[in-house]
Design a protein around this ligand. Structure first.
Ligand code: SF4
Length: 445
């Protein structure tokens, strides 16, 4: 199989791995304009300093010895297969980089032979790029769960970011759909990356010449809606990963039905709003001091779809409000619906100068309409005392139609060569017409 055919299959197969951020936009190119946000092969990610970079996003191979039922690349799937060798991935990365199409590489893979063998191949790509070619661009590698610490070490010395995917939030979920996977194995790999990163940071505090190890941190991906686990299970898993293994991000990816699915899988994707609410709840855990257990309740283990998790929490705890804008602690103000981290910091700075009125909120960048029912300040604010939970929900939850939150049409994959074109002309190493691809939908290690 030539390089073009491999690239076609393995770039397409990488596109559903959400643990590398991508725009998710669906704007097609046309004959008159420039660019196409629908193509495969290039995705966007963010470096630690906030820069958005374009990455060549491919699989090393879509062969896999495992049989995860939610994945098109599972051993029992009849999808077309391909496999690079390390020198091919290196050549492609350099060719794309020299033409300024990309600023880095996102390399994932199915598991071939063993976790160690697969990790060794990917580590060799990163080593060759850095040591043989002096490549200084961004490299994100998949960390294969269960790979030996020596191989993770080798990969981490050259990669900016590693990600070991947990995929499902509980062991019973994995037992049901991915029987070869153990949460404990995935977390062992994460634990090793975390410990080694801390060691490298410590060494660099002593000497700036000490080598870096995964400087952009580690991430993981959770598939949402492939099993019946509620949002509480996803948030508990994410909370544990942030606290125990110092993850930079957990990515939530709504399950997409695959061709010829196992009967245990749902027929439809979950509502995309569910993925969105999980990201909001995750943000609250990372930046607003919420714990996972506060964001859902035993009676309602799923996040509400029709309003955000912070408002849901405030409505459940109406008795804790109103807060006095002029005296409340920062941690308490962060829990007020409508107040973000920047607004709270501005409030704290402004109230040192003079007492605040509710109307000052607009000047400080907050939504007066949203915040007013939850705070008091200098001067009258009847809404803070007269509105109960039901009034508030009616007033603050947008009057959207219920069908907005219904499940979307299932995203079953069908062959669509036109949607599988590369974003950019292929390098000289790949002369000829642009490639097309058959169906491929991947969930990766
Ligand atoms: S999710 Fe990963 S390990 Fe499981 S079948 Fe797919 S590629 Fe293989």
């Amino acid at each position: 199989m030539d390089l073009r055919a491999k690239l076609t299959i393995l770039a397409d197969a990488a596109k559903y791995d959400a643990s590398c951020s991508s725009s998710g936009s669906r704007r097609k190119g046309d004959r008159n304009g420039l660019g196409n946000s629908e193509g495969i092969g290039i995705c966007h990610s963010y470096t630690p300093d906030g820069r958005c970079v374009s990455l060549l996003k491919i699989l090393f191979t879509n062969h896999c010895i495992y049989d995860c039922q939610y994945c098109i690349n599972r051993v029992s799937s009849d999808t077309p297969r391909a496999r690079f060798v390390p020198s091919e991935v290196v050549a492609l990365t350099l060719d794309f980089y020299r033409r300024n199409y990309i600023e880095g590489l996102f390399l994932s893979s199915g598991v071939i032979r063993s976790a160690d063998y697969t990790m060794e191949q990917m580590a060799e790509v990163a080593r060759s790029l850095r040591e043989d070619h002096g490549f200084r661009g961004y490299i994100h590698l998949k960390a294969v769960p269960g790979a030996s610490p020596e191989l993770i070490e080798r990969a981490g010395l050259h990669a900016d970011r590693l990600s070991a995917n947990l995929e499902l939030p509980t062991q019973p979920d994995l037992d049901r759909l991915a029987p070869d996977k153990q949460i404990v194995t995935v977390e062992q790999t994460m634990r090793h990356i975390h410990a080694r990163r801390e060691q490298a940071e410590e060494e660099r505090r002593g000497s700036q010449r000490a080598p870096t190890f995964v400087p952009a941190g580690q991430t993981t991906q959770l598939i949402v809606g492939a099993t019946a686990s509620p949002d509480a299970a996803y948030l508990a898993a994410a909370d544990r990963l942030y606290k125990n293994h110092g993850l930079r991000r957990v990515y939530y990816s709504a399950y997409s039905p695959i061709p010829r699915p196992d009967a245990r899988l749902p027929a439809k994707s979950p509502p995309l709003w569910r993925e969105h609410r999980l990201y909001q709840a995750d943000w609250l855990m990372r930046h607003y001091g919420f714990s996972a257990s506060e964001l859902t309740t035993p009676d309602a283990p799923d996040l509400p779809l029709d309003h955000d998790p912070k408002l849901a929490w405030a409505l459940r705890h109406r008795a804790l409000f109103p807060l006095d804008l002029n005296t409340a602690a920062r941690e308490a103000l962060l829990r007020v619906p409508g107040l973000g981290v920047h607004s709270v910091d501005r409030i704290l700075a402004a109230r040192r100068v003079r007492p605040l009125r509710v109307d000052d909120l607009a000047r400080l960048g907050a939504s007066v309409r949203k915040v007013r029912p939850f705070v008091t300040a200098l001067g009258p604010n009847p809404e803070a005392h007269t509105l109960d939970r039901v009034d508030l929900q009616a007033r603050l939850v947008p009057a959207r139609q219920l069908d907005l939150f219904a499940a979307p049409t299932p995203r079953v994959v069908t062959p669509d060569p036109a949607a599988s074109r590369l974003l950019v002309p292929v390098p000289d190493a790949l002369p000829g017409a642009l490639p097309t691809a058959g169906p491929a939908l991947g969930r990766l290690t």
